[in-house]
Design a binder for this molecule. Structure first.
Ligand code: HEC
Length: 426
């Protein structure tokens, strides 16, 4: 090698990002909540040796934005706890892998963040426990279980916060919290497992939702004045999604409720949109359905949750304001059933009366879709099992007063009956 080339190469190597100085800060901030011993990520990324082994893979999965898992497309709603890397961070990881994943000076590496054990919101007023540990099998498909937590309360209670504490972060992928006032859920419990299996729905019409669990998301108290009222006779139901690890794993999840004496003064409401008139031909790679709902009163939007099953591909929600302007509320372009968070808007979105909410769901029922549960593809209709489909959207927000609440409730329930009536017969 000529001296010039050596000089050039070493200059280049000196420029390459190192683990200690450039890569560790990115991984520690964005990856280790899940990629640490005992958490849901399939391997830890807490040390140089662990990261070096997978440098190329890290560059690939951050480059195509499959990691960190974060579904909403930028420009369609601005959300709290957003897990996205900047283009510069992605470029750094790529350049580091390309340079052979150098370590640099270990003294330059930041300290690994510490993770607080125990209840993040402090000691709860009520702690609900699963009746017994549930064993997630070593192998096989993901497991979707419902566990029923009877509340055993004498009067209605006002809940200012909910924290779900998974018993085993290696297998607890996420949890959705539901309220059942009908008693239907507890009847479904199988004493052998302490819960019941259910994929796309809980098997009852929820009386409400409570915060669940998503790895890496921060539990929060509700805004002052917006406690959830839970009536006597209500059960809390957790829909748990488990991811087998290769070894049988036990889970004993707890739910903490934080109470307040103050009756809620704010009027929180969830608007439901849906498409149940689903009828997808085998092989159809771009099946589209939609729904729209006009707000009869103003709504201050704070959160959004979308729902499809396995062959869902894209979901979009737009608010068409009375002045003709569009507000983009959500877009997920690569739907993954396994990452259905409730997304909290960074700033509330004010929608005036007369706003038209427009939702679009797209499905890919082709053989080329690796997530298609039918091989070969089959005709798909609406339903709750993993081989059926659903298009749903739930928009959480607040209305100004009791009258507006009633008006919105009537309109939205009426709307949903219409959606239900269009279900395709089997
Ligand atoms: C919210 C939890 C979470 C965060 C944050 C997260 N991961 Fe992951 N990661 C997972 C899970 C779970 C899997 C297993 C596959 C799956 O379920 O999608 C995974 C898989 C991977 C894989 C293996 C992919 C493959 O195809 O085998 C790599 C590499 C990876 N993550 C890197 C990262 C990096 C780098 C970051 C940060 C920039 C990150 N992850 C952030 C949860 C997470």
């Amino acid at each position: 090698m000529t001296p010039l080339l050596v000089a050039l190469l070493s200059a280049h190597a000196a420029d390459a990002p190192t683990f200690s100085r450039h890569v560790a800060p990115i991984l520690f901030k964005n990856c280790v909540t899940c990629h640490r011993p005992g958490a849901i990520g399939p391997f830890p990324l807490t040390t140089y040796a662990e990261a070096k082994k997978r440098a190329e893979l890290i560059a690939d999965v951050t480059g195509d934005r499959t990691m960190p898992p974060w579904k909403p497309v930028a420009g369609h709603g601005e959300f709290l706890d957003s897990r996205t890397l900047t283009a510069a961070q992605i470029a750094t990881l790529k350049a580091w892998a390309a340079a052979g994943a150098p370590e640099g000076d270990p003294k330059e590496a930041p300290k690994l963040p510490t993770f607080k054990d125990g209840w993040q919101l402090g000691k709860p007023d009520i702690i609900l426990k699963m009746p017994k540990a549930f064993t997630v099998p070593a192998e096989g498909r993901d497991v979707y279980m419902h566990f029923v937590f009877p509340l055993d309360i004498k009067t209605e209670i006002y809940v200012k916060g909910v924290e779900v504490r998974p018993g085993n972060l290696k297998v607890a992928h996420h949890a959705i919290g539901l309220l059942d006032g009908s008693g239907a859920a507890r009847k479904k419990v199988d004493p052998a497992t302490g819960g019941y299996v259910g994929f796309g729905g809980p098997g009852f019409v929820p009386a409400g939702f409570t915060p669940g669990f998503v790895p890496g998301a921060t539990p929060r108290f509700f805004e002052p004045g917006s406690a959830i009222t839970i009536k006597k006779g209500t059960d809390l139901v957790l829909q748990m999604h488990y991811h087998p690890t290769g070894k049988p794993e036990d889970d004993l999840t707890e739910v903490g409720l934080y109470l307040t004496k103050e009756k809620p003064t704010r009027h929180m409401f969830g608007v439901l949109l849906g498409a149940l008139d689903i009828d997808i031909k085998p092989g159809d790679a771009n099946y589209v359905c939609s729904d729209s709902f006009e707000l009869p009163v103003p709504l201050k939007v704070s959160s959004v949750w979308a729902h499809m099953h396995l062959i869902g591909k894209e979901v979009r929600l737009t608010a068409e304001l009375p002045n003709g302007k569009d507000v983009k509320l959500l877009k997920i372009a690569d739907w993954d059933f396994n990452w259905q968070d409730t997304y909290l808007y960074k700033h509330p979105v004010i929608l005036p009366k007369g706003t038209k909410l427009k939702a679009v769901w797209k499905f890919d029922n082709s053989a080329a879709n690796p997530r298609n549960p039918n091989d070969p593809p089959k005709r798909v209709l609406n339903g709750e099992s993993s081989t059926d489909e659903m298009g749903g959207l739930w928009l959480g927000g607040e209305v100004a007063n009791e009258l507006d609440m009633v008006a919105l409730l009537l309109a939205n329930v009426g709307h949903y009956f219409e959606v239900e009536s269009k279900k395709k017969a089997r």
